[in-house]
Design a protein. Sequence first.
Length: 248
Amino acid sequence: MILVFSDFHTTGPYSGAMRAAALRYAGQGDAVVDLMVDAPDRDPQKAAYLLAACQGEFMPGDVGLCVVDPGVGSDRRGLVCQCDGVWFVGPDNGLFEILLRRARQTRLWQIDWQPERMSASFHGRDVFGPVAGMIAAGKAFARHEITMDDRFADACRWPDDLSQVIYCDGYGNAMTGLRASTVDHAGATLKIGDLSLKQARTFSDVRRGDIFWYENAFGLVEIAINGGRASALPDIKPGAIVDWASAE
């Protein structure tokens, strides 16, 4: 299975063109599935934490076609990563940094393959889609192995968890870059702007209209309002800093 993670959205030709390119090179029976097409817009750092949280949706042998690529057309490399048996294809801009850190076994390759015709601004269609298809089909393509020491230098300085809102979903719930498993004090109070939020297990555990934080289905700390939209509040936007205060 090829799972697409991108910031292309569903309007315009980009998402469909990249999926089609992957399928043209894939084997019979390989499927292309949209995992996420509204990843943080042109923001590889926030997207890196979100992609890592989605890792549980992949199984060994699957291919992640991952494109959040504001540096397309520059000298940034194209990468193939293997993390615990799952393949990931995309730009060398830190998008795979958190995946690589959390994996038990990793390998990295730089993509050397190029098509006969390649746009300067759409490597998702022209490079990453075809390479993802070739990997899924077990086909050879030009690449050379690199080491973890060669990965994107700026991303190496990113924290293991990001204390920010990284994504607001269609319901107005705000995901952070923090794994709930790293919260080391039960009943912790989350601070964001002027708000102090208590933890709940799920929506039905609080009154309608109450704002709270909880561990979402992907293991991240998420801010929500039961029956409302947390993202409508001025303090809760992508990039907003979150912090903790001990429970009273």
